[in-house]
Design a protein around this ligand. Structure first.
Ligand code: F6P
Length: 325
């Protein structure tokens, strides 16, 4: 199948490596003599017709930069039939024959609906720091965010140790614990609270107690954000009541986790995904998400990727149980 024009956009929360993915799409399109359009601000820009032509000269010097130079947004309008109709009118206006969307599961849910209503082949590239997308071992941005988190927690460990303080550190991840689990293991946390593992306050208290008995120097509890766990301040407060003689502090890492130059791993992953996404369109693929499994590129339908829950690695949870205290 010939593709003469395609569109690329970033959507949802930004993640380091999105620029590298856009760059790879633009270069691959140029290689196959496909005209490439960048859509600013995700679905919002598609609805509003915020479209620009992208040539290889336009993506110089962005490979190493965090964020997304196309900008991104979460669009409520795209959830409406009217919004999607406008979006399709712009696809027709620019005669796009394929769309590459770099984003998270919300973006692919939108893509699935759009692809079922209108005749436009769509390929998804998983880009989110949360690593919570079924159909890929790794999402673009996760490795960088993880390294940022480890770096910051190391610094908190320095001050925690100097003051003999216990820190509750909340990390991002929406409803999944990939960042919390892996960063907690990497920084020797006393305990790690993630949505995928049941916890009770008693279990938390015994981790704190054992850590103290064993003279653990890094008094860190890593807490994944998310509805199931309750706020980190409530946990810290309950622990303070149980152990009044402890000096407890809370640190919420926040959006620092989303920024920064992408790691080598994310740059390479994003570049691979970008090239494969264009080639997938050329091979007639549609409504699929690109992923990586055991180092190999794989494709999963949007339907499956949305329906299925990505499981956290149970072996790593076991490591937590064995070595955290
Ligand atoms: O999905 C990425 C993410 O950073 C989540 O980890 C977090 O829950 C959410 O986005 C924060 O969203 P916002 O930037 O809109 O506050």
């Amino acid at each position: 199948m010939g593709v003469e024009k395609l569109g690329v956009m970033t959507s949802g929360g930004d993640s380091p490596g999105m620029n590298a993915a856009i760059r790879a799409v633009v270069h691959t399109a140029a290689q196959y003599e496909i005209q490439c359009f960048g859509i600013r601000l995700g679905y919002k820009g598609l609805i509003e017709g915020d479209v620009l032509e992208l040539e290889t000269k336009d993506v110089r010097n962005i490979l190493h930069r965090g964020g997304t130079f196309l900008k991104t947004a979460r669009s409520d309008k795209f959830r409406t039939f009217e919004g999607r109709k406008k979006a399709y009118e712009n696809i027709q206006k620019y005669k796009m024959e394929g769309l590459i969307i770099i984003g998270g599961d919300g973006s692919f849910t939108g893509a699935k609906v759009f692809g079922s209503e209108y005749d436009i082949p769509i390929i998804g590239i998983p880009g989110t720091i949360d690593n919570d997308i079924y159909g890929t071992d790794f999402t673009v941005g996760y490795d960088t965010a993880l390294n940022t988190v480890v770096n910051v927690i190391d610094k908190i460990v320095d001050t925690a140790t100097s003051h003999n303080r216990l820190f509750f550190i909340e990390v991002m991840g929406r409803d999944s614990g990939f960042i919390a689990l892996n960063s907690g293991i990497a920084t020797g946390a006393l305990d790690i609270l993630i949505p995928e593992k049941d916890y009770t306050l008693d279990k938390l208290f015994s981790s704190v107690e054992r850590g103290s008995n064993q003279g653990k120097s890094s008094r860190i509890i890593v807490v994944a954000e998310g509805k199931k766990l309750g706020r980190v301040y409530a946990l810290a407060k309950a622990t303070q009541i149980k152990f009044p003689y402890y000096d407890i502090r809370v640190s919420i890492l926040g959006h620092v986790q989303r920024g920064g130059n992408p790691s080598c791993y994310d740059r390479v992953l994003a570049s691979r995904f970008g090239v494969e996404a264009v080639e997938a369109l050329l091979h007639g693929k549609r409504e699929v998400l690109i992923g990586i499994r055991s180092g190999k590129i794989i494709f999963t339908t949007f339907e499956e990727a949305i329906q299925k829950q990505k499981e956290i690695n149970k072996d790593i949870i076991k490591i937590l149980d064995v070595i955290s205290v």
